[in-house]
Design a protein around this ligand. Structure first.
Ligand code: UTP
Length: 287
């Protein structure tokens, strides 16, 4: 069965970016002139995803509005003959079939994924975290995972090497290398200390799951902070099905913390042809 559906969990409170995220969802914060979540939807569509369920929560209506038709704006731009701007905003509402569902309380990523069970309906599916951006000149991270799933028919997720002193910020794997950049997973540990960590390979925000993960989420009790951790459900899944981790050799940007957000904007700015020259000159001048 092909991977055609994706979930984007975007219901978190975004407390690390307060006060900016008090009324604006962190997934809507602009990376240059596009909100972070639009890059993520575009990555999914480019990877062949046709239907996307975005998990939102109270106060996140801006996400729904962004992917909806904006009649007043379109009429205004038409009247003013601003075709270039129309070409930018019109395609946003037809990128894919996009649906929304609310997570009523921020009970963790595992819980957020769990509420998409009916939408997924026993198919393999993708999960893209709403605040993680991936970039590679030639590769699409999600597409690489889908290709592995289609060959192996097992759940697979993105991994990146992190400095050993940072392992306590991530889910870390232990596993066996089966191919260049591909690991068969033995277990996952959530935020271990550098002493406990079996590797420095960290789980990043792109996953393909078989629908068996929903049973595992249902059996997972809330952990730290009363949240249902997806890592716990993934460890349970390992008892039934193998799972792979794929080392993505591109760049990953965590837009959900202040330094990560700044780095994202600077690097996207330096890659953006129409402003990169002037922006580079400016950076050189001030540093
Ligand atoms: P994070 O832990 O980075 O998001 O979750 P957060 O909880 O909003 O962040 P802070 O720590 O308060 O700053 C990763 C992704 O999972 C979603 C978030 O919206 C984010 O895109 N998420 C997290 C949910 O959808 N529901 C949850 O209960 C938790």
């Amino acid at each position: 069965m092909k991977v055609k559906k994706a979930i984007i969990p975007a219901a978190g409170l975004g407390t690390r970016l307060l006060p900016a995220t008090k009324a604006v969802p962190k997934e809507m914060l602009p990376i240059l002139d596009k909100p972070a979540i639009q890059y993520i939807v575009e990555e999914a569509v480019e990877a062949g995803i046709e239907e996307i369920l975005i998990i939102t929560s109270r106060g996140k209506e801006a996400i729904e509005n962004h992917f909806d038709i904006s009649y007043e704006l379109e009429r205004h731009l038409e009247e003013k003959n601003k075709q270039e701007l129309l070409d930018i905003i019109k395609p946003i509402n037809s990128l894919a079939k996009i649906y929304f569902i609310r997570q009523q309380a921020p009970k963790g990523l595992g819980h957020a994924i769990g509420i998409a069970k009916e939408f997924i309906n026993n198919e393999p599916f993708a999960v893209l975290l709403g605040d993680d951006l991936f970039y590679h000149e030639q590769k699409n991270c999600l597409k690489s995972l889908i290709d592995i799933y289609e060959q192996e028919k097992k759940s697979v997720f993105a991994l990146m090497k992190v400095p050993i002193e940072d392992v306590n910020k991530y889910g870390i794997i232990s596993g066996k290398k089966v191919e260049e950049n591909l690991y068969s997973i033995k277990s996952l540990i959530e935020k271990p200390s550098p002493m406990e960590a079996p590797t420095n390979l960290a789980v990043m925000g792109r996953y393909i799951f078989t629908s068996k993960i929903f049973e595992m989420i249902e059996e997972t009790a809330p952990g730290k902070g009363g949240e249902i951790q997806i890592t716990d459900a993934m460890n349970k899944l390992l008892a039934f099905q193998g799972m792979y981790g794929y080392i993505f050799d591109g760049k990953r940007y965590d837009t959900g913390n202040l330094l990560g957000y700044l780095k994202t904007i600077v690097e996207y700015g330096l890659r953006r042809e129409d402003i990169s020259g002037l922006f580079k000159d400016y950076l050189k001048e001030i540093i």
